[in-house]
Design a protein around this ligand. Structure first.
Ligand code: FES
Ligand code: FES
Length: 403
């Protein structure tokens, strides 16, 4: 199984999939999005067409694992799309469907033509729709419907979008999404960002981390103040080097990214997180998943924290454990010791920024910086820490002669 994280109809989804599972099965069986139909399963009939990074693509010949980091829009995600509303009306008026089996794929291909064809030329429309087969209608009504929508939009002064906004050639779903070529999809995404996503947290499963380590730091503020601050996700993200939120955090849920650099590889893990807090025990837990397109790596992570009062409650000891599993290219470089070294550095910066934020002081430019361990720094820090550990062990042994 391979873990992937992608956006489906403006919802962040992560899941374990078998490498052989194609995208249509993943959507239909895994997410119950049955509007994507399967006909030939050979890439011929077009019934399974959907938008992958805003480009029409055959989901029956696209592996789900190849869509890690991609943006998938199915017919269900185009309910409120302006062009789709016009196309549905035109299909009804022109009797452009009978059994309707080919219709979701037809509509998605037709939408692409409406976006980019400058004129409603019948030859161009027939050529553009030739990758979608229909057993019932004889195509005449379908072509008339598409023509009618293009004509009506151009008559209203709606200009075509060259290439429907495509900025590059290449396989759709290769994970290099550009901002939506359609204002409508962008608007739908914006609405989805504002609206609660009821099932989003369900897509973040519990997991058993492959590697876990512990960290702690002390902050000179009472536990209640620190715990309150930890409930303010944007403020916490502002203290964490390399972290950013990609949409408004909601109670119990956040979507964001964290950028790190490890030796020759820099990675920006992007994905959702589930947040749990218990004020009675002053504990909390964050479980998240993320993927990075450039390094083709993905991760699941979990942070558990506990706040303990010290100095008669005037200060707080923050103890936390970090657990993670890493997949992909970065996993080959990210030895647990290196990740721990980087986490120690992030913890130091986070503690510093947290203290400044709670004291109302500026962050000294440490927040928002990518945490990096470049080659020389990496070597120097690792050697320094190993030397420190060696000295500590020698010291312990020499002070306990009986060992
Ligand atoms: Fe995908 Fe036919 S089912 S092209
Ligand atoms: Fe039946 Fe097209 S309407 S296959």
């Amino acid at each position: 199984m391979t873990m992937i994280a992608l956006t489906v109809n403006a919802r962040d989804i992560s899941a374990d999939v078998e490498p052989r599972t194609h995208l249509a099965d993943f959507l239909r069986d895994g997410l119950n999005l049955t509007g994507t139909h399967l006909g030939c399963e050979h890439g011929v009939c077009g019934a399974c067409t959907l938008l992958l990074d805003d480009m029409p693509a055959r989901s029956c010949i696209t592996y789900a694992v190849a869509c890690d980091g991609a943006r998938v829009t199915t017919i269900e995600g185009l309910d409120d799309d302006e062009i789709m509303v016009e196309l549905r009306g035109a299909f009804t008026r022109e009797h452009a469907l009978q059994c309707g089996y080919c219709t979701p794929g037809m509509l998605i291909s037709a939408r692409d033509l409406v976006l980019r064809l400058p004129t409603a030329d019948e030859r161009d429309i027939r050529a553009g729709m030739s990758g979608n087969l229909c057993r019932c209608t004889g195509y005449v009504g379908i072509i008339r419907a598409v023509r009618a929508v293009i004509e009506a939009r151009r008559a209203r002064g709606v200009a075509p979008i060259v290439g429907a906004g495509r900025s590059s050639l290449g396989p759709a779903g290769s994970g290099h999404g550009t901002p939506s070529s359609s204002g409508i999809i962008a608007a739908a995404s914006a609405n989805a960002e504002a609206a609660p996503v009821p099932n989003a947290t369900m897509s973040i499963p519990d997991f058993t981390p492959e590697t876990t380590f512990e960290q702690h730091f002390i902050v000179a503020h009472p536990p209640a103040t620190v715990f309150d601050f930890f409930g303010n996700i944007p403020a916490v993200a502002a203290c964490l080097p390399g972290a950013s939120l990609s949409r408004n955090a909601m109670p119990g849920h956040a979507d964001g990214a964290i950028e790190v650099r490890l030796g020759p590889i820099s990675a920006k893990f992007q994905g959702p997180a589930r947040i749990e807090r218990d004020p009675t025990t002053m504990t909390g837990r964050i479980v998240g998943t993320g993927s990075d397109r450039r390094s083709r790596s993905s991760t699941q992570g979990e942070i558990r924290y506990r706040l303990t009062p010290i100095k008669q409650g005037a200060a707080t000891e923050v103890r936390f454990s970090i657990g993670y599993s890493l997949r992909g290219t970065l996993a080959q470089f990210a030895r647990p010791r290196l990740v721990q070294d980087m986490a120690e550095r992030m913890t130091t910066d986070f503690a510093h920024n947290l203290d400044h934020a709670l004291s109302g002081l500026p962050q000294n430019g440490r927040a928002g910086n990518t945490t990096s361990l470049d080659g020389i720094t990496l070597l120097r820090d690792v050697l320094r820490q190993r030397a420190r550990r060696l000295l500590r062990n020698i010291w312990r042994r020499s002070s306990s002669p009986n060992e």
